[in-house]
Design a protein around this ligand. Structure first.
Ligand code: ZN
Ligand code: ZN
Length: 347
């Protein structure tokens, strides 16, 4: 048995539950913790059964509720290392440093590294990376945040109390929490298969303007489900990854004319249209017509733009592409929604 439940899809937040008979994974946490819990309840997914959170990339619409949810549920978060670093940088407060403070910063960082080596611990180097970004008298990430992160990774779980979403009485001790603190962090590498419980996961690189963005193929019990959104075009590696898929969540972001005539500023239109932006209805249709092998029982069109697309345009475009292959008419198309969870799809 495998199940896919899309909790939300679109530029205001993305999150999907992938389950086997034994394992449950939340892919992305792009809504507030409160909203994610609410949607899981609506969709009949039990948050306490989640084993892990898996992140595609660090854009806000994929990570908005990540830290609070992971701390609440006390479950590990799986990232690629560049995505984790980018996420930490995003949340790390930046301060202006004087030259003297910067020298002090470098010295403390050296000492922290030496201490890590002495303790035979892996030298996690967020602080060093932050320092390398900081030029003398320029903006720099604070060392404290880097060290707190190091502690949070290697010292294990320490439930936070700052969560304003719905405080847990047991965590009520006032404590200034590092916003990047997670119960535990696991790294995976794009292109290298790994497992969470009885679900095998193959991450593949997608072309998108993030640090190290990924799509995923999940397989368990001989069933394969894939998730590919936030990609500027369909490169060969993604076409290969999306073979023999039973349930496919695929981006169909915008209608080209609606985007062209729509409200976005020109620079944003350029970004969406670029090779590291988002898939248009047309690009998705071209993939379905030319490269798709037709094996999916369900194709879910996702990450639809609310400003530059209409669900019926995305649906018609995909249906027309499939209708050019009479053998593919058994493929059923669903549209993932921004505001409400989709009915779970079970195979
Ligand atoms: Zn996105
Ligand atoms: Zn994105």
């Amino acid at each position: 048995m495998m199940r896919m439940t899309v909790l939300a899809s679109g530029s205001k937040g993305n999150s999907t539950v992938i389950s086997s008979s034994r394992t449950r994974i939340l892919v992305d946490a792009g809504l507030s913790c409160r909203e994610l819990l609410k949607r899981m309840a609506i969709a009949g997914e039990d948050p306490s059964q989640l084993n892990a959170i898996l992140i595609t990339h660090e854009h806000q619409d994929h990570v908005a509720g990540l830290a609070v949810l992971a701390r609440r549920l006390r479950i590990p978060v799986f990232f690629t290392e560049p995505t984790h670093r980018a996420w930490v940088r995003m949340l790390t407060p930046r301060t202006t440093m004087t030259y003297a403070k910067w020298l002090d910063h470098i010295q403390r960082e050296k000492e922290a590294r030496a201490a890590a080596v002495a303790a035979n611990a892996p030298a996690y180097d967020i602080a060093a990376e932050a320092a390398s970004i900081a030029h003398i008298s320029a903006e720099a990430a604070s060392l404290d945040s880097g060290l707190n992160l190091t502690r949070s990774i290697y010292a294990g779980a320490d439930p936070d109390a700052e969560d304003s979403d719905a405080p847990d009485a047991s965590d009520a001790a006032p404590q200034k929490t590092d916003p990047t603190h997670l119960p535990s962090v696991e790294y995976f590498h794009s292109g290298t298969q790994f497992s969470i419980g009885d679900i095998d996961i193959t991450p593949f690189t997608i072309p998108h303007d993030a640090a190290d963005p990924c799509g995923f193929v999940f397989s368990s019990d001989g069933i394969r489900m894939a998730l590919a959104t936030d990609l500027g075009y369909m490169p060969p590696n993604v076409k290969v990854a999306l073979k023999r898929i039973d349930v496919l969540l695929l981006e169909s972001n915008h209608d080209l004319e609606m985007l062209r005539d729509g409200p976005y500023p020109w620079s944003v239109k350029q970004r969406v249209l670029s090779r590291v932006g988002h898939l248009s209805n047309l690009a998705t249709a071209e993939f379905l017509q030319k490269d798709y092998d037709g094996t999916a029982t369900w194709i879910i069109l996702g990450h639809l733009s609310e400003s530059n697309n209409a669900p019926e345009l995305a649906r018609i475009s995909a249906e027309q592409a499939l209708s050019n292959h009479p053998t593919l008419l058994g493929n059923r198309i669903l549209l993932a929604d921004q505001a409400t969870p989709l009915q779970p799809i079970c195979l």
